[in-house]
Design a protein around this ligand. Structure first.
Ligand code: XMP
Length: 510
């Protein structure tokens, strides 16, 4: 294991990912973790992340001083380098010249283990106001840039290393080599983390934790819950019961696909609740987006719990929680943010249902979950499916949600996705979706006047859904989608393409 000590950096997760890309397991822990707790994790090395604070500010984050006496190699990145310098007797100042963006590395000591294979003038990516102004005793500087003398520092004897730049971002051309030099070279971590060993471990853990008890898992049709269910099923077979709620807000053919996959291919015990009626009647006449979300969330929970009561004696609730969700709630910088939309997840449990949580994916990133899904034999269409919101088409049927409008939207969505797949663009897009707008427009078809609804198509590229840009389609793809939609879907006579980025737009319309 390589432990990443998180000082609230934007990039902590990226550091952990880079390490895992070398097939070494990496875990992020808050900077407040005690030296004793760190030692108990038996890491081969520790990486101090960057962070938004200034080490010169009073009360800025400091790791336990004991971390320097564990005999474990440390790499400090940006803020991490500065805090390491200060705690070992160096000093940090704010020079006149700050460095944001690219800089070229001047290698001062090519024999440094951290600089092995790194060329002269290698391109670095910097983002800092403060700089180390005096080295701690026992340290030497092995690399510099035009505006920063102490860009790379080390205490070879203690195996403490520090870099002022960010090796984890792609803008640092040889970033991967720096990190490999530390992780594989200096720490001598074994590159033996892969999905095969993950599955074997996870199965052991699930069996130990669950014993002879029963586990309930909600399936959504998305990749996370599907992978969690198949993994748990592999571990405990029929002790797993899955519940799939059809809320009437699913995409075309989605319920059938999920049922077939889990019943026929995996022989997983599956309770199917067709709750379309309940959802649509609760939504009748409602068009305010937050009101819709709350209703959908509430009916979902009611349906899910009444299914759960039918499932017999349940001790665990399985969820497809991923690593980013776990980290976000723990990061020192992760303060409360404004509620833009109420996301719907299974919330507070009713009194009579006392479940423990089983979250077998809580250490994985999304791309690792996809790799795991493949390893478990899940079909590629499911593993690579675009994200789909919990409230489903309910938040894409802008305005009032009716069965008729949902059927129209399902047809529009299916054509749009089909054309994207035919053009070979599906995997270049983070998410593609269609919305039905509460607007009618006049058209002409076969010499007849039409007066029908308008739909909008949206496709975005994104890294993590926090920001997004609209996808630049070749015009003929949009043309084919638009003409098929107007010809094949009754009730729609006009198609728009949404070119709003996020921000200021959000990905979904509601
Ligand atoms: P927005 O519209 O906020 O969406 O830019 C960001 C990402 O989150 C998805 N989304 C949801 N996912 N429950 C979910 O599980 C929800 O209530 C929900 N609302 C939005 C959205 O599809 C996009 O990927």
């Amino acid at each position: 294991t390589i432990v990443v000590l998180d000082f609230g950096a934007q990039y902590s997760q990226l550091i952990a990912r880079r390490v895992r890309e070398m097939h070494v397991y990496s875990q992020i822990v808050p900077y407040t973790t005690s030296a004793e707790a760190l030692k108990a994790m038996q890491p081969k090395g520790i990486i101090f992340s960057g962070g938004p604070a200034s080490v010169r500010a009073e009360g800025s984050p400091r790791p336990d001083q004991g971390v320097y006496s564990l005999g474990i190699p440390i790499l400090g990145i940006c803020y991490g380098l500065q805090v390491m310098s200060i705690q070992n007797g160096g000093s940090v100042e704010r020079p006149d010249k700050r460095e944001y963006g690219f800089a070229d590395l001047n290698v001062l000591n090519p024999a440094s283990a951290l600089l092995k294979g790194i060329g002269q003038n290698s391109r670095l990516w910097m983002s800092h106001g403060d700089s180390v102004s005096a080295l701690p005793a026992g340290f030497e500087h092995t690399g510099s840039t035009e505006n920063c003398s102490y860009t790379v520092i080390e205490n070879k004897e203690k195996q403490f290393y520090g870099v002022q730049f960010h090796p984890e971002v792609v803008h640092t051309t040889e970033g991967k080599t720096f990190l490999e030099n530390f992780v594989l070279g200096i720490c001598k971590a074994q590159p033996n983390w892969d999905m095969g060993s993950f599955i074997a471990n996870a199965i052991e853990e699930i069996r130990t934790k669950v014993g002879d008890k029963q586990v309930l898992c909600g399936l959504s049709g998305g990749v996370d819950s599907a992978v969690a269910a198949v993994l748990i099923h592999k571990a405990i077979g029929d002790q797993l019961v899955c519940v799939f709620v059809n809320n009437g807000l699913l995409r075309k053919g989605e319920a059938e696909m999920v049922l077939k996959l889990f019943r026929d291919n995996y022989k997983i015990r599956l309770q199917y609740a067709n709750a379309e009626e309940a959802f649509l009647s609760a939504l009748a006449g409602v068009s305010e987006p937050e009101a819709k979300r709350k209703i959908i969330g509430k009916v979902f929970i009611d349906t899910f719990y009444s299914e759960a009561r039918k499932a017999g004696e349940i001790s665990f609730l399985a969820q497809g929680t991923l690593y980013p969700d776990v980290i976000e709630s723990k990061s020192p910088s992760g303060g409360p943010s404004a509620t833009i939309k109420s996301h719907h997840n299974v919330g507070g449990l009713p009194e009579d249902l006392k479940w423990d949580l089983l979250e077998p994916l809580r250490e994985l990133f999304k791309d690792e979950v996809r790799a795991l899904g493949r390893e478990l034999g899940l079909p590629e269409v499911l593993v690579t499916r675009h994200p789909f919101p919990g409230p489903g088409l309910g938040v894409r049927c802008v305005g009032e949600v009716t069965k008729e409008r949902l059927d129209t939207l399902r047809d529009v969505d299916a054509i749009f996705i089909d054309e994207i797949r035919k053009a070979g663009l599906y995997h270049d897009i983070w998410q593609a979706l269609a919305c039905l707008l509460p607007v009618k427009s006049v058209g002409v078809q076969g010499d007849e006047r039409t007066y029908e609804e308008v739909c909008s198509l949206r496709a975005v590229t994104s890294e993590d859904a926090m920001t997004a840009d609209w996808f630049r389609f070749p015009a003929d793809v949009l043309q084919r989608a638009a003409s098929r939609i107007c010809n094949e879907v009754s009730g729609v006579n006009r198609v728009l393409y949404d070119i709003t980025s996020k921000p200021p737009g959000t990905i979904e319309w509601e």
